[in-house]
Design a protein around this ligand. Structure first.
Ligand code: HEC
Length: 109
């Protein structure tokens, strides 16, 4: 009888820890997607989770972004490209720098 309870406790402990690990995949992008500037100016195209939107912007968590230098990302945000608007004059340099750091962090494995 008590053995069954132990087995039950063990199984539920495993399930609970599995649920915690499942959450970890997005932990690195939390700073970016929690940034009020991101929510206001970027999420409508790049998505609430920064993983992109159909007919909007591409995912900001990708091989391509991971391979881009901080300067390239800063240039992309400051000057825009194609349907990506430019944010020079709309955001302070320090805000753009912070976004660059948070995009970099989101792409760290
Ligand atoms: C109006 C929609 C729109 C908004 C708003 C927008 N983006 Fe984009 N973004 C795009 C599109 C479209 C591209 C792809 C541009 C291309 O390569 O032609 C892009 C590309 C990018 C890239 C390069 C990604 C890559 O794969 O090379 C970065 C970084 C980026 N955006 C960051 C941001 C940030 C940070 C903000 C908010 C300050 C933002 N974007 C707001 C549409 C948008």
């Amino acid at each position: 009888m008590s053995q069954k309870i132990l087995v039950l406790l063990f199984v539920s402990a495993v399930l609970v820890s599995a649920a915690c690990f499942a959450d970890d995949s997005n932990a690195n992008s939390a700073a970016l997607t929690g940034n009020p500037i991101y929510k206001k100016d970027c999420a409508k195209c790049h998505g609430k989770t920064a993983e992109g939107r159909h007919f909007g912007g591409p995912s900001l968590v990708s091989e391509k972004v991971a391979g881009a230098s901080a300067d390239e990302l800063r240039g992309m945000i400051a000057n825009g490209k194609g349907h990506m608007p430019k944010f020079t004059g709309k955001l302070a340099d320090s805000d753009i720098d912070q976004l660059v750091q948070q995009i970099k962090a989101a792409n760290q494995k």
